[in-house]
Design a protein around this ligand. Structure first.
Ligand code: GRF
Length: 230
C-alpha cells in the first residue's frame, strides 16, 4: 500500500492520444474533491489531444518524444526523469502506447497502473476489439492492472465487461467499452486516493473493504447498482 497520508495522492498520467480516460480521472477528482492530485500529464507525442485539454485546466503537461531517443532504454530514462520531478505515488497509464522496458517497470514497481481494453489474459497487445470479434467471444471487457515486465500482464485491480453484439464492428465495440473504462478508472482512482489498494505476498491485489472489483456493462460495480456514482 502506498502511504500518502501526509497529503493528497500524487498522480502522474501518461497518455499518447485523446486522453478520455485521463479526462475522466481529472474530472472525478475535481467533482468529488478526492484527496488526489494530477501533478502532470505526460505524453510521448506532442500532438496528443489530451495534452491541450489538460493544459487548459491548469495541469502541467510534458512531452517526451520517443523519436528523439536512440533506444527504448534512453527514452524510458528520459521519461522517468520527467516523472520523478513530480514524485508521484502512482503513475497511471491511460492510452499510453509505448512498451516500457523492464528497468522502467521495476523502478515504479507497485506504483505503475495500466488500463487495457480486453479481459486479460485474453487479447494482450493491439487491436483488441478486432481480436474479440474474430474469436467470436460474447463478452468483451477491460482490465486495470499493475504493470509488470511482461506486456499487458500483471496483478489485476479491476475488470469490466460488455456484451458483443452481432452488429458490432471494432469501433462500435470500442465505444461501448469506453464508457465502462471511464467508470472503472474513476473508481480505481477513488480507491487509490483513499489508500485502500495493496498487493499481497502472492502479488494479488487487495482493496480494503471491497468484496468485488467486477464492473458491469453500465459501468456500475457489481453489487452497487448506482448509475450516478461515476
Ligand atoms: C483506451 O481504450 C485504453 O484502454 C487503451 O487506449 C484507449 C485510450 O483511450 N489503452 P483514451 O486516450 O483514454 O481516450
Amino acid at each position: 500500500m502506498v502511504n500518502h497520508q501526509n497529503g493528497a495522492c500524487r498522480l502522474v498520467i501518461l497518455i499518447s492520444g485523446r486522453g478520455s480516460n485521463m479526462q475522466t480521472i481529472v474530472d472525478t477528482i475535481a467533482r468529488e474533491n478526492l484527496p488526489a492530485q494530477v501533478c502532470a500529464v505526460v505524453s510521448n507525442r506532442a500532438d496528443a489531444a489530451g495534452l491541450e485539454w489538460a493544459a487548459d485546466r491548469g495541469i502541467e503537461t510534458r512531452t517526451v518524444p520517443h523519436r528523439d531517443y536512440a533506444s527504448r532504454q534512453d527514452f524510458d530514462a528520459a521519461l522517468a526523469a520527467v516523472i520523478d520531478e513530480y514524485q508521484p505515488n502512482y503513475v497511471l497509464l491511460a492510452g499510453f502506447m509505448r512498451v516500457l522496458t523492464p528497468g522502467f517497470v521495476e523502478r515504479y514497481e507497485g506504483r505503475l497502473i495500466n488500463i487495457h481494453p480486453s479481459l486479460l489474459p485474453s487479447f494482450p497487445g493491439l487491436h483488441t476489439h478486432q481480436q474479440a470479434l474474430v474469436d467470436g467471444v460474447q463478452w468483451h471487457g477491460c482490465t486495470i492492472h499493475f504493470v509488470t515486465a511482461k506486456l499487458d500482464h500483471g496483478p489485476i485491480v479491476a475488470q469490466g465487461i460488455v456484451p458483443v453484439l452481432e452488429t458490432d464492428d471494432p469501433d462500435a465495440l470500442a465505444a461501448r467499452l469506453l464508457t465502462v473504462e471511464h467508470r472503472m478508472y474513476a473508481q480505481v482512482v477513488r480507491w487509490l486516493a483513499e489508500g485502500r489498494v495493496s498487493l499481497d505476498d502472492d502479488q494479488r491485489v487487495r482493496v480494503a473493504g471491497v468484496a468485488t472489483r467486477a464492473f458491469l456493462p453500465d459501468g456500475a460495480l457489481l453489487g452497487q447498482h448506482s448509475k450516478e456514482q461515476a
